[in-house]
Design a protein around this ligand. Structure first.
Ligand SMILES: CC(C)(COP(=O)(O)OP(=O)(O)OC[C@H]1O[C@@H](n2cnc3c(N)ncnc32)[C@H](O)[C@@H]1OP(=O)(O)O)[C@@H](O)C(=O)NCCC(=O)NCCS
Length: 217
């Protein structure tokens, strides 16, 4: 079964939400914040992904089967480097999270993701006044539908951002679920862990990673 990469479009949104819920079915944070049976959770992700498609700095790619009927197996939302004076992309406000999910879990976890992003990719010492971030490629989200995992879909989506970061000589940054952690630190991808943090009273570990640019020489 072959998969090819292409940019996501508005018409893909419903399938992308399905891929998201399939991929994160067992993630301990996501199942509490976004109960799968909740229409609010689906609406949240639909709005979020539609918003991503409209941002000029977002590179939203899907992996799709070549054979008919074409099916999206995986997707990734990369943020290309932005102007240094642009603020980091903010998390939605508290009022936006599904109220039939656990909003306190969202507040603890997702706002800390935002804080760590600013901490690790905020302006370097000596950056001009008003700088809010250093140039980097940010992997906002990646997900492979459970039916298609282990077939190289995420690997290709990762390389899409990594190669552009290497060409520009800038780092990649992401935060990793337990599923993603071994993928990112594998030799081919080469992310290094810069911080590991515990949530939910120590029951859940999430890891923050940077990949330094590789030169072709
Ligand atoms: C993490 C996830 C995206 C991986 O998707 P996938 O399509 O199954 O991954 P792939 O088959 O492309 O494997 C990716 C790479 O990691 C390597 N890899 C996978 N598991 C590995 C392991 N346990 N140890 C070392 N390397 C591993 C593969 O060999 C492959 O390497 P390559 O790209 O150099 O060929 C998928 O498991 C998923 O959606 N999980 C749930 C959602 C989630 O946690 N997303 C990550 C958010 S941070």
């Amino acid at each position: 079964m072959s998969l090819i990469m292409r940019p996501a479009t508005e018409a893909d949104i419903d399938r992308l939400v399905d891929v998201y819920f399939s991929a994160f079915k067992e993630n301990p944070i996501n199942i509490r914040v976004f109960p799968e049976s909740s229409p609010q959770s689906r609406a949240f992700w639909k709005k979020n992904l539609e918003g991503d498609l409209k941002e000029d700095y977002v590179r939203f790619q899907v992996m799709e089967t070549v054979d008919e009927p074409k099916t999206i197996a995986a997707f990734a939302v990369w943020n290309a480097p932005q102007k240094a004076t642009n603020p980091m992309p903010p998390m939605p406000p508290l009022s936006a999270w599904p109220s039939d999910g656990e909003v306190d879990v969202a507040a603890e976890f997702f706002y800390d993701i935002e804080r760590q992003h600013k901490r690790f990719m905020g302006p370097l010492e000596g950056a001009p006044e008003g700088s809010q971030q250093r140039p980097h490629w940010y992997l906002e989200l990646i997900a492979t539908h459970r039916d298609f995992q282990g077939r190289g879909a995420a690997g290709a989506l990762l390389r899409y951002g990594e190669q552009q970061a290497d060409a520009a000589g800038v780092p990649c940054y992401l935060d990793a679920t337990p599923d993603g952690r071994p993928v990112y630190t594998s030799k081919g991808h080469g992310f290094r862990e810069v911080e590991s943090r515990l949530y939910q009273g120590g029951a859940y570990e999430h890891v923050f990673m940077i990949r330094d640019p590789r030169t072709s020489a």
